[in-house]
Ligand binder design. Structure first.
Ligand SMILES: [Zn+2]
Ligand SMILES: [Zn+2]
Length: 265
């Protein structure tokens, strides 16, 4: 079996190729005009991708091996949920993956609810020109916290490292897509969002209006927002103004300004 580093590299390559495809589609059929010039678009993309790349390196160096060791420990000791229902092949793993996605929803909701977590998460929301690259724009502090919390979760759910990586790869592909400056015809978006979070859903989450920001927390499966009553849509998703009041100044949008977002009032 390929090692942790090789698997992480393949995952990175897949997400780069998918991002390139989305950026090409955004150039051809943008949902709405976003950038004043190609130069502005390039600078915006560079900042978001720089953050995403450093987070990916941080995760690969600090957490990937720990995730695998935890998954292996849980497997050897038959500790986690998936290992407890081994007489039903696939059922335990499917339940564990479902619960992992529910955790992703819950963690995102906590990031909006707890002031300290919001200080980090708001950097993701302060992007007034949301496109596919925004999917990579998370504060390293948020990444470190969520990566740490994954350790007990991996053990409890009994996810294998490969299963976790497969989930992460699909998750990132969907997350890049629903952040993109693309829109599906309404009837097709409706069809997709029966199962997954679509651009029409996640655009509402990036609205400047608090009531809309505090809705549509799901990342992969849309069921959690329906189940926990945070599902919200807009009739005119193209008219949504993205970003966060008070965070538009160029000094707040530079790479350094973004990194100090949690520490500013
Ligand atoms: Zn959010
Ligand atoms: Zn987002």
């Amino acid at each position: 079996m390929p090692g942790v580093a090789e698997l992480m590299r393949w995952r990175g390559l897949a997400s780069v190729l998918w991002l390139a495809a989305l950026l090409a589609f955004e150039s051809a059929r943008p949902a709405k005009p976003l950038f004043a010039s190609v130069r502005v678009r390039f600078a915006h993309g560079f900042r978001n991708i720089a953050l995403g790349s450093s987070n990916a390196i941080l995760t690969a160096l600090l957490f990937a091996t720990a995730w695998k060791a935890t998954a292996d420990w849980s497997s050897i000791n038959a500790f986690g949920l998936a290992h407890r229902v081994e007489n039903m092949p696939g059922v335990g793993t499917a339940a564990a993956l479902l619960l992992f996605d529910a955790w992703t929803y819950g963690w995102h909701r906590l990031n909006h609810r707890i002031p300290l977590l919001w200080r980090f998460h708001r950097m993701h929301h302060s992007d007034s020109e949301m496109d596919a690259t925004t999917a990579n724009r998370f504060h390293p502090g948020e990444i470190v916290l969520s990566s740490l919390l994954r350790l007990p979760l991996i053990a409890l759910l009994g996810l294998e490292f490969l299963e976790l990586l497969a989930y992460e790869t699909v998750l990132l592909a969907v997350v890049q897509w629903h952040h993109s400056n693309l829109m599906l015809p309404p009837s097709i978006d409706r069809l997709f969002r029966v199962l997954v979070v679509t651009p029409a859903m996640h655009k509402v989450h990036h609205s400047r209006m608090a009531i809309e920001t505090n809705s549509d927390y799901s990342a992969l499966l849309s069921v959690w927002d329906r189940l926990f009553r945070s599902f919200r849509l807009r009739d005119d998703p193209r008219a949504i103004r993205f970003g966060l009041e008070g965070f538009d100044a160029p000094s707040r949008q530079s790479l350094a300004g973004l990194l100090i977002t949690p520490f500013k009032d």
